[in-house]
Design a protein around this ligand. Structure first.
Ligand SMILES: Nc1nc2c(ncn2[C@@H]2O[C@H](COP(=O)(O)OP(=O)(O)OP(=O)(O)O)[C@@H](O)[C@H]2O)c(=O)[nH]1
Ligand SMILES: Nc1nc2c(ncn2[C@@H]2O[C@H](COP(=O)(O)OP(=O)(O)OP(=O)(O)O)[C@@H](O)[C@H]2O)c(=O)[nH]1
Length: 436
């Protein structure tokens, strides 16, 4: 998945543009209102080429000097990590010295940059925008993020610049497993444990990508690829000091993974970052296992496990289907449970349910609780079929899909999950109209 980063001075309209590019998110049926989202990262899937969008902004209030330092850091992050940089300029405020400095930084890199002049809402601004040629650039896109002008043109230019989506090269039956979590949560320790475990046959030929170390291994006769984000230590990189970097690294690893092991630090508790990263995995349709590490470091009595589990369930409300494991990478306690669970989850992720079975479930659900009446007629559920795996995806054919409100869709999603489980897997359900 390509990464597109938005950079620019404070107040030029970066977050407005971010939201504009995002548009309506394609809702999952299981779209829990509580999915944690970060305004800084999102998956944009409604255009010809899907991409991950990052807003590098959100500056802390600071002096002019400090501001420049922050802008340099953000631009550096974008240059190092993104496939395309959107440099946003303020068409109302005009060209500033800070813009010139960032432009100079971007010019030194080989990354493609789209210059975007925002707040071009009227003829006056259109005239004034010409001033930005003063940056020594060949062209720019004039937009109004607030009013949606020029956005189509911008999207076309973005898609034209992005590389084509890479084809899956790995063996079709290999399960790709990403180990992610905040710095210091114990990723390296756990990866070493996993690869050294009894039933795991590690392949010494680990590969290195730009953002992770990939270790193939076999477990129970199945091929796995462990994507380890902790492994890469690139000294001197500006972006590495930024907290945003560790999130971005996690997003990139999740893009390549089927199953995500999200590590949580038992001693520190659940953090905002854990929740956003999990929210992204969910939206991306990845299977997920929550691993509470450093369980040895917690003072416990007979209630601690239940209490912590409850906390996890409360905070990760949108992941009621995700297994939660309590482990210690340090002592090895319950680490063996991880691969057992991953194997099970991977099977569910790839599971194909027959249409006959699905329709029995659909009919039973309909009989137990009738669909709502819409415009004087009861909504009819015709039939249901599974259209994809990874994640398990279904289509239900109905006569009037607009008559099925959220709560009924939620009911059906639960009914479909009940007999099949789909442990650790998000499921997608699409509704289609069929005239009869
Ligand atoms: N006239 C006009 N105003 C806009 C446009 N886009 C954004 N704005 C306004 O500009 C202001 C800043 O917008 P934001 O999107 O918060 O800017 P930002 O670059 O994310 O700011 P930071 O978070 O401080 O980096 C807001 O008051 C927006 O309403 C536009 O197209 N036209
Ligand atoms: N008590 C305890 N400490 C642990 C456990 N797992 C890891 N640690 C310690 O936590 C620290 C960080 O562990 P790492 O495995 O390097 O963590 P990481 O997530 O790879 O860290 P980064 O490379 O910074 O992303 C080390 O001091 C480990 O010894 C555990 O289960 N219990």
């Amino acid at each position: 998945m390509s990464v597109v980063a938005i950079v620019g001075r404070p107040n030029v309209g970066k977050s407005t543009l971010f939201n504009r590019l995002l548009g309506e998110r394609k809702a999952l049926v299981e779209d829990f209102p509580g999915v944690t989202r970060d305004r800084n990262y999102a998956l944009v899937t409604r255009h010809a080429k899907p991409f991950t969008l990052i807003d590098t902004g959100g500056f802390e209030p600071a002096s002019e000097d400090r501001m420049l330092v922050q802008m340099r850091e953000q631009s550096q992050l974008a240059i190092e990590e993104a496939d395309l940089v959107l440099f946003v300029l303020d068409g109302r405020a005009g060209l500033t010295p800070a813009d010139e400095e960032v432009a100079a930084l971007l010019r030194q890199s080989t990354k493609p940059v789209l210059y975007v002049v925002n707040k071009v809402d009227g003829p006056q601004q259109e005239q004034a925008a010409a001033e930005f040629y003063g940056l020594g650039i060949e062209s720019f896109v004039a937009i109004s993020a607030e009013h949606g002008q020029g956005i189509n043109d911008l999207v076309n230019q973005i898609c034209a610049q992005l590389p084509p989506a890479p084809r899956e090269t790995a063996a079709a039956d290999q399960v790709r497993l990403a180990v992610i979590g905040r710095p210091n949560v114990g990723k390296s320790s756990l990866v070493n444990r996993l690869l050294g475990a009894e039933r795991v046959v590690a392949n010494p030929e680990a590969g290195t990508t730009r953002d992770s170390i990939d270790s193939p291994f076999r477990y129970n006769g199945k091929d796995f690829l462990l994507i380890d984000t902790a492994g890469i230590r690139r000294k001197g990189r500006v972006s590495q000091k930024l907290e945003k970097y560790s999130v971005l690294q996690a997003l990139k690893a999740m893009d390549r993974a089927h199953v995500v092991l999200l590590l949580i630090d038992a001693a520190e508790g659940i953090t905002e970052q854990d929740l956003t990263v999990a929210g992204y995995a969910y939206e991306r349709g990845r299977a997920l296992v929550l691993v509470v590490n450093k369980w040895d470091a917690v003072a416990k009595d007979h209630r601690t496990l239940n209490q912590f589990t409850q906390q996890v369930r409360d905070q990760f409300k949108f992941l009621p289907f995700a297994p939660v494991l309590f482990v210690s990478a340090l002592t090895g306690q319950r680490v063996a449970k991880i691969m057992e669970t991953v194997e099970q989850v991977a099977n569910e992720f790839n599971r194909k349910v027959s249409t006959a079975e699905l329709n029995r479930v659909l009919q039973a659900a309909e009989a137990a609780h009738q669909p709502p009446i819409f415009q004087g007629k009861r909504v009819k559920l015709f039939y249901m079929t599974q259209t994809a795996v990874r994640p398990p995806s279904f289509v239900i054919f109905v006569n009037r899909q607009e008559g099925l409100h959220f709560s009924y869709r939620r009911y059906l999603a639960n009914k479909i999950r009940e007999p099949f489980g789909f442990l650790g897997c998000p499921i997608r359900i699409e509704y289609r109209d069929r005239v009869r």
